[in-house]
Design a protein around this ligand. Sequence first.
Ligand SMILES: Cc1cc2nc3c(=O)[nH]c(=O)nc-3n(C[C@H](O)[C@H](O)[C@H](O)COP(=O)(O)OP(=O)(O)OC[C@H]3O[C@@H](n4cnc5c(N)ncnc54)[C@H](O)[C@@H]3O)c2cc1C
Length: 441
Amino acid sequence: MDGREAGKPRTAGRGVKHLKKYDAIVVGAGVTGLSTAFNLISLRPDLSICVVEAGNGIATGNSSKSASGFRTSFTSDVNRKLARSTADYFIRVSSKGADIGLRQVGYLYLIADDRFAHFSSVAERLNRNGSALRIIDAGSLEKMIPGIVVEPASEDAEIMGLHRIGGGIFDPVAGIMDPVKVCEHYYAAALAGGVDFLFNTRVQEFITEADRPLGIPGEPFGWQKAQVGGVKTARGDIRGRVIVAAGTWAPDIVNAIGVDARARPKTRQIFVLRGQQLADLYHNGNFSTAGTLPFTFLPGGVYLRPETSDEAFDIGFADDFGRRFGFEEYPAADESFFEMNIHPVLSEYLPVFSSIRPSGSWAGQYIINTFDSNPIIFEEYGMITVTGMSGSGILKSYAIGRIAASLFLGIEEADLGNGISIRTDELGYRNRHVQAEELVF
Ligand SMILES: Cc1cc2nc3c(=O)[nH]c(=O)nc-3n(C[C@H](O)[C@H](O)[C@H](O)COP(=O)(O)OP(=O)(O)OC[C@H]3O[C@@H](n4cnc5c(N)ncnc54)[C@H](O)[C@@H]3O)c2cc1C
């Protein structure tokens, strides 16, 4: 296994062993919980906040398994707001010296010829609204990407029905980050603000109660107004208003009290391919000053993410049909999946990969909102649930944390910075208003 290093164990912050009541209890120290805690303490430094995490440190869940790509160009208004505000935040803190492993390598979508005219017009529309997308014809791509085959013509390519690449769309305000460093950044900022962290502490269940308790065993009854009053753990009860940011674990724990997370887990895999023969492909100054091939999507969805440390690529493919929804605590990558689903396509478009097999692999899970693939942030029984990150939880993390914190504080319009704002109920399920995204490949 070549999985990424998860966060190191951290000690609890000030007074946590003695203080059993907080203004806010955040469940989960992945990127979502960390950003939420950081944003909440930034907006209201006077609040007492505790992050309760089952693992022995930050980023022990799916955040550390992320490809951690970010992009800013989307057609849907909500996607654009969430992604741009988060990218603005990341670029700003990086320029001030924060090390989150940010490299603006760009995103490159290689598009099948039958869809290229459509996507080019979408890109032109986005450019009229402030994007800086570059539309690249197939001939130029051949010059810019050493060894690419824009028109796979082998017998295998024909059997697989592979398309000719009609051209590419390059998004320069995009790139990659180190997901653990992103988590460490939010964690350090939350700690500096005075947030407490309680690691190795699993929330077993919620404290449920009536808002006006009568002291009758079995409360709350159906005729009472029920609320979540805190969490129960093996280390004791902690009282306070709860924000659940438990990623793929969230559906189970909120379901126990009759709350529906409205999102489902699905396994995703990444395979690491490295070798000296990849040097020409990897080192590429034709797209950005980062000097590597951008985060690149082939027609059909196989993607290549340049690794930071050496001439290696993380290769992934978010398959849907046949991939069951279901929670897995320790998902594992399956090399036969790579061999049968990814390698044949990869080596037709980029034959340099034909003789290379994975030197490492890992798997994690998305928590997918199956309606519109966007986060769901809602309040029920006084408890806020943040879920449905759907494979873009890092690139929207700042905005997600900001919205969750604003909802907690009763703020109707969350300020995402740089003049971007969004209604806090817009990502709920009652007044939800999320447009379909056209820029998906
Ligand atoms: C292979 C892969 C590739 C991805 N690529 C990208 C990408 O390119 N760009 C992007 O933006 N996103 C990507 N994502 C998605 C992104 O990584 C996730 O959306 C994000 O990390 C989710 O963060 P989280 O904090 O919600 O969940 P997690 O990081 O899983 O954190 C949840 C935490 O809750 C804790 N927890 C659970 N139950 C309890 C409990 N009962 N008590 C206490 N603690 C509990 C867990 O221990 C865990 O630490 C990818 C994900 C995968 C798997």
